[in-house]
Design a protein around this ligand. Structure first.
Ligand code: ATP
Ligand code: MG
Ligand code: MG
Ligand code: MG
Length: 481
């Protein structure tokens, strides 16, 4: 039997525990840090230590950190390796060991503990990091052909706009060594997968972008659990590992679409559900409530996308015969079943999680059904008038905005549905409408404030937030008011 995801987590933690690392629990997905919306990496809970703001309790630590990366939402199911929710296994040094030990242990973990063939492993280093290059080459014996120097985008890690950072070095697994050494791109998802990143954390990036050396040199690493599981379980993408596949199977059952027989589009949709349901359950478990602002909006957007995706798969009602019911709680049940070793608190929070999901789904379905009818009419008209005028079918910015504003249809959903029907959207027009509304609502807010203080009654129909998380690097997504 292939090695389970749970045992990979276990073996990673044990490996570093037996090398003097204190085993610490995962932090919440809601960070104790006002500059970051959600926990995007294992290092986040240690940021104040790296910055020298609080003294270290131990010199070395190891964790299995649950993470959310909304900036990868568009990659979900489209690449074989990205999720919005994943677990990052990490080993950390707080001014203790540095490059040499970090590299040596990462290599030993990969090649001995997990038994990956050394000739399948490729390395990236920051372009001018000769020291790391030499350790990999001279001490680990990695041939120069498999060590790539890469630029800032890939190999200089920062946790956000400001904060601790440094050059990094990554380990990649090669699924197709027969393709040889010429013309290789480590980001080519069909051949390589990055699974381990070692950050040599030496700097603090300041507001003005300058790099200030930290008092101590630190190590911050992250190994993607789902990615290692995919390699060791020899499946063709992360979704088929034992960490996620049972959720897909449950969804398949409700949709009556067996994964193995599904076409590409349905497969993508099954993967989206497999991904989003994990994110949603763990976010709600950590206290995030669906809303129109900040983290609440992240979870609301994920829930809405999951609901729509389920409907595209043909799931009706609760998927088990009750047409008035909700299906997300049914799939969430499977996610919770799998949660024991990821976060034991989730099980205790089951009633609250399921209740929240049910309420949010049923509310959204109502809006969705009204909006879908309306969008359908708009698309038919767009197609007809394009045919009549022999032009390309296009939905106006005004119409897209109406759907957004009145029916709460996220623009991505409108775009997705329109695209499926061969209709494009005037995004520039949509942006102009958004901007107009923003200005009007600001004016309305001040007018209301001037006239009668802040009256909830008067402002309640004025959307006052714009979500920037999917457009900007959402590690630090902000919500404008
Ligand atoms: P990629 O280049 O594949 O997007 P990354 O360089 O952005 O990954 P890091 O910030 O270096 O990722 O994170 C450390 C490790 O966490 C990665 O090497 C990978 O194993 C894992 N990881 C990162 N992002 C994701 C994700 N969206 N889903 C699953 N695992 C991830
Ligand atoms: Mg990435
Ligand atoms: Mg990378
Ligand atoms: Mg990386």
């Amino acid at each position: 039997l292939p090695v389970s995801g749970d045992s990979i987590r276990h073996r990673f933690i044990d490996f570093y525990a037996s090398r003097g690392h204190k085993v610490l629990p995962s932090a919440s997905l809601v960070p104790d840090d006002p500059t970051v919306l959600l926990t995007i990496a294992g290092m986040l809970q240690f940021k104040p230590i790296f910055l020298g703001q609080v003294p270290r309790q131990v010199p070395r630590a190891t964790t299995a950190q649950r993470c959310i990366r909304t900036n990868d939402v568009e990659n979900v199911g489209r690449t074989s390796r990205h999720h919005t929710f994943f677990e990052m296994l990490g080993n950390f040094s707080f001014g203790d060991y540095f490059k040499k030990e970090a590299i040596r242990w990462a290599w030993e973990l990969s090649t001995v503990e997990f038994g990956l063939p050394a000739d399948r492993l490729w390395i990236s280093v920051f372009e001018d990091d000769n020291e790391a290059f030499e350790i990999w080459h001279d001490e680990m014996g990695v041939p120069v052909e498999r060590i790539k120097r890469m630029g800032e985008d890939d190999n200089f890690w920062t946790s956000g706009v400001t904060g601790p950072c440094g050059p990094c070095s990554e380990i990649y697994y090669d699924f197709h060594p027969e393709r040889g050494y010429s013309d290789t791109d480590l980001n080519d998802d069909s051949r390589f997968i990055e699974f381990y990143n070692l950050v040599f954390m030496e700097f603090n990036k300041k507001d003005d972008g300058s790099l200030e050396p930290l008092k101590q040199k630190n190590i911050d690493t992250g190994l993607g659990l789902e990615r290692m599981a995919r390699i060791l379980q020899k499946v063709s993408n992360n979704y088929e590992t034992d960490l996620i596949y049972p959720i897909i199977e449950k969804t398949s059952e409700l949709a009556k679409v067996p994964y193995g027989l599904a076409d590409d589009h349905s497969k993508l949709n099954l993967k989206i559900i497999g991904d989003h349901l994990r994110a949603i359950v763990y976010l709600i478990s950590d206290g995030v409530v669906p809303s129109n602002i900040g983290r609440g909006y992240v979870v609301r957007r994920l829930i809405r996308r999951a609901v729509r995706t389920g409907r595209m798969l043909g799931i009706k009602g609760d998927g088990q015969g009750n047409l008035e019911g909700a299906f997300l709680p049914v799939i969430a049940g499977k996610v919770i079943e799998l949660s024991t070793h990821i976060n034991p608190d989730v099980k205790d929070r089951t009633p609250r999680i399921l209740e929240e999901l049910k309420r949010e789904e049923l509310k959204f379905v109502q809006t969705l059904e009204r909006g879908e009818k309306y969008l359908d009419q708009m698309l038919v008209e767009a197609l007809l008038s394009a045919k009549a005028s022999r032009t390309v079918p296009r939905l106006s910015g005004k119409d897209a905005f109406l759907l957004y504003d009145t029916y709460g249809f996220p623009i991505e959903i409108t775009a997705e549905v329109a695209e499926e029907r061969g209709v494009s959207i005037d995004m520039t027009g949509f942006d102009i409408e958004m901007e107009n509304q923003r200005r009007q609502s600001q004016a309305a807010h001040s007018a209301v404030k001037l006239a009668m203080g802040t009256s909830a009654e008067l402002t309640k129909d004025v959307p006052d937030t714009k979500f920037l998380g999917y457009e900007t690097l959402s590690a630090t997504a902000v919500v404008e008011s």
